[in-house]
Design a protein around this ligand. Structure first.
Ligand code: EPU
Length: 419
C-alpha cells in the first residue's frame, strides 16, 4: 500500500487547476447505459480510481469505453442479459448503485448488489428504491441484491424524504425514459445533479428544474449520443483553497466554478482569509491570525460534508474555539483522532466536534480512513513541522487526481512511497 511522505511546514503558493468532478463524472458514465446506438463523448474525465471502477462495471454491462487520452468515448457494445452489478464491484464503490435506474429504464430489469454500510455511515438506498417503485418498478431484495423489473416505467410524482444526491440522479436517469411526466420533489440541488441534467438534455431528455427542489422530467422514447465536458471538481479545488488558508499561503484555482464553491468561499472570508474571484479564477491568501468559526454541514447550497474534514484541519490553526456539526453522515469524524496525534485539540461528541486553536501541529505517522479524511491529513502534514507519513492513500486515489503532483507544484514537499 502506497504512502505519502510529507515534510513541512510549507506555504502553498501558486496556481492549480481542478480536474473534472468525480461525483459528476460517475452519473455521466452511468448515463451511457441509456444510449440507443450513438456515442457519448465525455471530456474532462478525472483519472481517479472510482472512474476506473465504474468503467469496469460498465464494460461488464456491455458498454464499450475507449479512452482517447483527451476524452472518454462510450457506446453500447454487446448485450449483457444479466443486467447485474455484482457485489465485488459495488462493495468497493457505492456509486455503482447509479446503474440501477438506467438499467431498469433501458432494459426493464436490473440486479444490483446492496452496497451495505461504509466508513462514514450506514448510507441506505431506500429513497432510490421508493422512487423507482413510484415509477412502477417491482423491487425485491433477495440474497443481498436489489432485483428490479418493469415493462416500462411510468411518470409519477415522488417526494424524497431527504435530499439525496445519487438518489436524485438515479431517478433522473430512470425517469428520462419513462412514459409520461415525472415530478420529483425535495431533490438534491448539488452542482453535480445540474451537470447530469444538462448531459441528459444534450442526449435528448426533457428535464427542467435540475438544481432546484422540484425537477420535472418529460419521458422520451430513446436517447442519443452527446458530447459533454464534466464540471470542475469543487471538492478537490476547495481542498487546495483550504490548504492556502491553512498554510498562510496564496493559491489561485484556475478554470474553476466560483458559484459552486460559494459556501466555502464565504466561510474562508469569515475566517479571515482574503478571497478574490476573477472570472473562473479564485485566489485565496491568508497571513497571521485566523478566526475560529463554527460550521454546520448541509445539503447544497449549504457547506458540503465533503469539505468538513479539511475545514477541521484549518480550524486547528485558528484562534479560539470552533464547533463543527456534521449533519449528513453519522460517522464522519474519523480524521479527528489522527489530527490529535499531530497535536490538534479536538473533542468529538456524537455529531459535533469542538476544536481549540491555534495548535502547533507536528508531523506524525497517520492512517487515512476515507477519501476526504485522507485529504485533511495530507493538508495537516503540509502545515505541520517535520515528517508526516500518511498510510492507506488508496482512499485518496479514489477521488484526487495527481494530488502529490499538484501539491508539489504549489511548493509542498510531498513524495509517494511505493510500498
Ligand atoms: N440517505 C438515506 N436514504 C437514501 C439515500 C440517502 O437515508 O436512500 C441519507 C444518507 O444516509 C445521508 C443523506 O441521506 O445521511 C444524504 O446522502 P446522499 O444520498 O446525498 O449521499 P450519496 O448520494 O450517497 C453523494 C456523494 C458523496 C457526498 C454526498 C453528500 C457521490 C458519488 N457521492 O453521496 O461523496 O458526501 O453525496 O453530498 O456523488 C465523496 O466524494 O467523498 C463522497 C462521499
Amino acid at each position: 500500500m502506497d504512502k505519502f511522505h510529507i515534510v513541512g511546514p510549507t506555504r502553498l503558493v501558486g496556481r492549480v487547476k481542478p480536474s473534472g468532478a468525480k461525483n459528476a463524472a460517475l452519473p455521466a458514465l452511468a448515463a451511457s447505459l441509456l444510449l440507443d446506438g450513438e456515442k457519448l463523448t465525455l471530456h474532462r474525465m478525472p483519472r481517479v480510481r472510482d472512474i476506473r471502477t465504474m468503467m469496469r462495471l460498465l464494460e461488464h454491462l456491455g458498454v464499450g469505453c475507449e479512452d482517447t487520452g483527451g476524452a472518454l468515448v462510450l457506446h453500447r457494445d454487446r448485450p449483457n442479459p444479466d443486467h447485474d452489478a455484482p457485489y465485488d464491484m459495488v462493495k468497493t464503490m457505492r456509486a455503482s448503485v447509479l446503474v440501477l435506474g438506467p438499467l431498469l429504464a433501458r432494459f426493464g430489469h436490473a440486479r444490483v448488489s446492496l452496497p451495505g454500510g461504509c466508513a462514514i455511515g450506514v448510507r441506505p438506498i431506500d429513497q432510490h428504491l421508493k422512487g423507482l417503485e413510484a415509477l412502477g418498478a417491482n423491487v425485491q431484495l433477495t440474497h443481498g441484491y436489489v432485483e428490479a423489473t418493469a415493462d416500462r416505467l411510468r411518470g409519477a410524482r415522488f417526494r424524497f424524504d431527504m435530499p439525496t444526491v445519487t438518489g436524485t440522479e438515479n431517478l433522473l436517469l430512470a425517469a428520462s425514459l419513462a412514459k409520461g411526466t415525472t415530478v420529483l420533489e425535495n431533490c438534491a440541488r448539488e452542482p453535480e445533479v445540474v451537470d447530469l441534467g444538462n448531459l441528459l438534455n444534450a442526449m435528448g431528455a426533457r428535464i427542467s428544474g435540475a438544481g432546484e427542489e422540484t425537477i420535472e422530467i418529460e419521458g422520451v422514447d430513446g436517447l442519443g449520443g452527446a458530447e459533454h465536458a464534466i464540471i470542475p471538481d469543487r471538492i478537490e479545488g476547495g481542498t487546495y483553497l483550504i490548504g492556502a488558508a491553512l498554510t498562510r499561503g496564496d493559491v489561485t484555482l484556475e478554470q474553476a466554478s466560483p458559484a459552486d464553491l460559494a459556501p466555502l468561499l464565504d466561510k474562508l472570508a469569515e475566517v479571515g482569509a482574503k478571497v478574490d474571484v476573477d472570472g473562473t479564477d479564485i485566489r485565496v491568501r491568508a497571513e497571521g491570525n485566523l478566526n475560529a468559526c463554527d460550521l454546520e454541514t448541509l445539503p447544497h447550497p449549504g457547506f458540503p460534508t465533503d469539505l468538513q474534514a479539511q475545514y477541521m484541519t484549518l480550524m486547528t490553526s485558528a484562534d479560539g474555539v470552533s464547533m463543527i456539526r456534521e449533519t449528513i453522515f453519522e460517522n464522519r469524524f474519523q480524521h479527528a483522532p489522527e489530527l490529535m496525534r499531530m497535536g490538534a485539540d479536538v473533542r468529538v461528541d456524537g455529531g459535533s466536534a469542538r476544536i481549540l486553536g491555534p495548535r502547533h501541529l507536528t508531523g506524525a505517522a497517520v492512517m487515512a480512513t476515507d477519501l476526504r479524511a485522507s485529504a485533511c491529513l495530507v493538508l495537516a502534514g503540509v502545515a505541520a513541522e517535520g515528517e508526516t507519513v500518511v498510510d492507506r492513500i488508496y482512499h485518496l486515489e479514489r477521488g484526487y487526481e495527481g494530488m502529490e503532483l499538484k501539491l508539489q507544484s504549489l511548493g509542498a514537499r510531498v513524495a509517494r512511497w511505493v510500498v
